[in-house]
Write a protein that binds this ligand. Structure first.
Ligand SMILES: NC(=O)c1ccc[n+]([C@@H]2O[C@H](COP(=O)([O-])OP(=O)(O)OC[C@H]3O[C@@H](n4cnc5c(N)ncnc54)[C@H](O)[C@@H]3O)[C@@H](O)[C@H]2O)c1
Ligand SMILES: [Zn+2]
Ligand SMILES: [Zn+2]
Length: 385
């Protein structure tokens, strides 16, 4: 089959690989109809995730059709259109039974640090991902969510990660009616969290980025106020808009490659003397009011230097964080889509055949050509609208 593979930092290609096979009774094989590139894939591309191996296939956001089922797989049938949450979970362990599927303790037992995630390095279990024609889906009967007939694949696709993640980010911000919510990052996760913040009662949403076309996209699509931190000191600007106190809640949707601090970029992203740049988190601590909430949804790996933890403590703030437990949000997100409140596929500024995935990666990574998010369509995929 054709599959995207990692070829070392900053390099991916599409090549032939053996098709996956059923390995456990509860496995299924899914023929991928669409796969997205996530901001988290950029951390892999840039060599920031430990134990990312050459030849490994990325892709943790995908929809498909069930092709084959192991003898113990129940709950789905061959031919079902399905969407798969980005993390792999068993449904029956201590954490899964408490709704924390993103902390499942069965799918990456080698470490307590992370649960199994498709296409996300051997640190996250070494499961090949969905930027391919076929993918092995462990616990398919538990993990897969059927896509209703009236929902298009490309509207379902962001529900497997970006949309559900943005929704959980807004929930973790603990928004009270009328509050001011600051969202750092106008990538897909930030955008979906802005939409969710409105749904959850925000009175004001202020979006931050340093890429103008992304700020414009946020303004036009979601009617938010915007701030470019290249043009003004971010913290001063936010305070100026909020009676000198800061936002009631801040959603940090940037993660470990944050711009805004040349020192952190040099030390972390380029010299690898720390595990990336925690600058967005520092922005969040300084731009949120005392007693306010930070929802940290951006992706981080190993430890960081110079996080302003003292200011955080003295301002009596709280941080809510985690990988999104996607599955529990899917029914609610489907309801919003079926009611016509949002068309998630509007984030896909780029729809490319799988064979052009490397071009998709570079366009998305370098924030070129107005790119917000890329959908990859394997040959023969019907999802071309
Ligand atoms: N916790 C989870 O479950 C989960 C799930 C999906 C993605 N993520 C993470 O969310 C983050 C965002 O994902 P995405 O797909 O939207 O990525 P993206 O790369 O498209 O978006 C990040 C945006 O942040 C902007 N940015 C950079 N530095 C900034 C700063 N200091 N302040 C404000 N904005 C800044 C960038 O210009 C970019 O537009 C990534 O770190 C990803 O790993 C987490
Ligand atoms: Zn992701
Ligand atoms: Zn589990």
């Amino acid at each position: 089959m054709r599959a995207l593979t990692y070829d070392g930092p900053y390099r991916v290609k599409v090549r032939n690989k053996p098709e996956p096979r059923i390995e456990h009774p509860q496995d299924g094989i899914v023929r991928v109809t669409a796969a997205a590139i996530c901001g988290s894939d950029l951390h892999l591309l840039h060599g920031l995730v430990p134990d990312t191996r050459i030849g490994f296939t990325f892709g943790h956001e995908f929809t498909g059709v069930v092709e084959e089922l192991g003898p113990g797989a129940q709950g789905v049938q061959k031919g079902d259109r399905v969407m798969l949450p980005f993390q792999i979970f068993c449904g029956g362990c201590y954490y899964c039974t408490r709704g924390l599927t993103s902390c499942c303790e069965s799918t990456n037992p080698a470490t307590d640090a992370a649960t199994g995630i498709y296409g996300y390095s051997h640190t996250m279990g070494g499961y090949d991902g969905g930027q391919a024609e076929y993918v092995r889906v462990p616990f398919i009967g538990v993990d897969a969510e059927k896509i209703p007939a009236d929902v298009e694949d490309l509207d379902a696709l962001p529900m497997t990660d970006a949309f559900a993640t943005g929704y959980q980010a807004a929930e973790m911000a603990g928004i009270e009616e009328g509050e001011t919510v600051l969202v750092l990052g106008c990538g897909p996760v930030g955008l979906f969290s802005m939409w969710s913040a409105w749904v959850m009662g925000a009175g004001r949403v202020i979006a931050v980025d340093h890429v103008d076309y992304r700020l414009e996209f946020a303004r036009k699509w979601l009617g938010v106020e915007t701030l470019n931190f290249k043009d003004a000191d971010l913290v001063t600007a936010v305070k100026g808009m909020t009676d000198d106190r800061g936002a009631d809640a801040t959603i940090e949707a940037v993660g470990c490659e944050a711009a805004g601090s040349p020192v952190h970029r040099a030390l972390g992203v380029y010299m690898k003397l720390e595990a990336g740049s925690p600058q967005a988190l520092n922005f969040a601590i300084h731009a949120t009011k005392k007693g306010g909430t930070i929802s940290m949804i951006g992706g981080y790996g190993p430890p960081y230097n110079a996080v302003d933890i003292g200011t955080f403590m003295n301002k009596a703030q709280r941080i809510n964080t985690g990988q999104a437990s996607v599955k529990r949000y899917m029914p609610r997100l489907l309801e919003h889509v079926q009611a016509g409140r949002i068309r998630p596929q509007q984030v896909f500024t780029h729809r490319l055949p799988l064979d052009r995935a490397p071009e998709g990666y570079h366009t998305f990574a370098q924030k070129r050509d107005g790119c917000i998010k890329v959908a990859l369509l394997p040959n023969g995929s019907a999802t071309l609208h």
